[in-house]
Design a protein around this ligand. Structure first.
Ligand SMILES: Cc1cc2nc3c(=O)[nH]c(=O)nc-3n(C[C@H](O)[C@H](O)[C@H](O)COP(=O)(O)OP(=O)(O)OC[C@H]3O[C@@H](n4cnc5c(N)ncnc54)[C@H](O)[C@@H]3O)c2cc1C
Length: 288
C-alpha cells in the first residue's frame, strides 16, 4: 500500500498545481462519501488526497445575473437551506436532498456526485434538466462546459488531466418556470435510483409550454438528455396527449441494463411514468 498524504489547499490554483505535481496519483476529496468507500475497498490507491472543502469559492452560493453560482463543494445540507435556490430550482434542491441520509447530506456535494460519474447519481439529471453549466479549472486556466458533457461512462468523465470542477451556474429563470426530479427506489430511502427523471419547463400566460428540458438517470451508461421528450411538451398545455408523447419519448430513449435492481422492461416502463409525474409537478410549480 502507498503512503497517503493529505493536502488542504486554500485556492483552486493551488489545488490544480497539487493535482499536476502528483501526476495522476492524487484524488480530490469533497465530501468523501464516494471516495472514502472506494479507498477502503482498495478500488483506488492515490498517494495524495486533495481536500477541496476549504476553498472558499467552492463552498459559496452567489447570485449572479439573476441566476445562482453554486460552489462544487457545497454540502447537500447547505444547499437545501438556501431560500433562493429552493424558490428558483426546487427540483435541483430535492434531487440533492435525496442523496443518502442526514449524515451523508452534511458532507456530500454536487461536484462529487457529478465527478464520481455514476449513471444513477441523483443530482445529475436535475442539473442537466436545469441546463446548468460548470466551471472547470486546469493547468491551462478555466473553461465552461454543460453538465451533460461531463459524464462519459460509468466512473468516467470528460475532465482532462489535472482538471477539476469549481462551480455550477444555474441561469435566471423566466416567469412561470418550474422543475422537478423524481426517482424510483425499491425502498423508501437510502437506496440507489433504479430510474431518475428531471424535468424543467416554462409556460406562457395561457399555460402553453414554451421551453422544456428532460433528463433521465440510471437507464443508460450516462445520464440522457431526452430531446424528444422536451419536444413533446413544447407547444402543449401538458394535456393527456402531450403526456402520452412524453412517456413514449422517455421510454424510447432508455438503454438500461438488466440487473438485480431492475429489469430492462421495468426500468423502461418506470422511466415513462416518472417523466410524466415529474413534468406534472414542474407544471404545478410553474403555475405558482
Ligand atoms: C450511505 C450512502 C448513501 C448514498 N446515497 C446516494 C443517493 O441516494 N444518491 C446518490 O446519487 N448518491 C448516493 N451516494 C453516493 C454519494 O454520497 C454521492 O455521489 C455524493 O454526492 C458524492 O459527493 P462527495 O462530495 O462525497 O464526493 P467525493 O466522495 O468527495 O468524490 C467523489 C468523486 O468525485 C471526485 N471529485 C469530487 N469533487 C470534485 C471536483 N470538484 N472536481 C473534480 N472531481 C471531483 C473525487 O475525486 C471522487 O473521484 C451515497 C453514498 C453513501 C455512502
Amino acid at each position: 500500500m502507498n503512503a497517503l498524504t493529505y493536502a488542504s489547499p486554500g485556492s483552486v490554483d493551488e489545488a490544480v498545481k497539487l493535482l499536476a505535481a502528483a501526476d495522476g496519483n492524487a484524488r480530490l476529496l469533497a465530501g468523501g462519501t464516494d471516495l472514502l468507500v472506494q479507498l477502503r475497498l482498495g478500488m483506488i490507491e492515490p498517494s495524495l488526497i486533495i481536500d477541496v472543502k476549504n476553498i472558499s469559492e467552492m463552498t459559496a452560493i452567489k447570485e449572479e445575473n439573476g441566476g445562482f453560482r453554486i460552489g462544487a463543494s457545497i454540502s447537500g445540507a447547505a444547499l437545501g437551506e438556501h431560500a433562493g435556490m429552493q424558490r428558483a430550482w426546487p427540483g435541483v434542491v430535492e434531487a440533492v436532498a435525496l442523496i443518502g441520509s442526514t449524515q451523508i447530506q452534511g458532507r456530500a456535494t454536487m461536484g462529487g456526485n457529478l465527478c464520481n460519474a455514476s449513471p444513477a447519481a441523483d443530482a445529475v439529471p436535475a442539473m442537466i434538466a436545469a441546463d446548468a453549466l460548470c466551471t472547470i479549472a486546469g493547468p491551462d486556466g478555466r473553461r465552461e462546459a454543460r453538465v451533460e458533457e461531463i459524464v462519459t461512462g460509468p466512473g468516467e468523465t470528460s475532465l482532462e488531466a489535472f482538471e477539476m470542477v469549481v462551480d455550477f451556474f444555474f441561469p435566471a429563470r423566466p416567469a412561470r418556470s418550474g422543475d422537478a426530479y423524481l426517482r424510483f427506489i425499491p425502498r423508501t430511502e437510502m437506496d440507489i435510483a433504479v430510474v431518475g427523471a428531471g424535468v424543467s419547463l416554462t409556460l406562457d400566460e395561457a399555460g402553453v409550454c414554451t421551453a422544456a428540458r428532460m433528463a433521465l438517470g440510471a437507464v443508460a451508461a450516462t445520464q440522457l438528455v431526452v430531446e424528444d421528450a422536451a419536444k413533446a411538451l413544447i407547444g402543449s398545455t401538458l394535456d393527456g396527449a402531450a403526456m402520452e408523447k412524453l412517456d413514449s419519448a422517455a421510454r424510447a430513449a432508455c438503454r438500461p441494463i438488466d440487473d438485480k435492481r431492475g429489469t430492462i422492461e421495468h426500468r423502461t416502463k418506470v422511466a415513462g411514468v416518472l417523466a410524466r409525474r415529474a413534468a406534472a409537478i414542474a407544471k404545478q410549480r410553474a403555475e405558482g
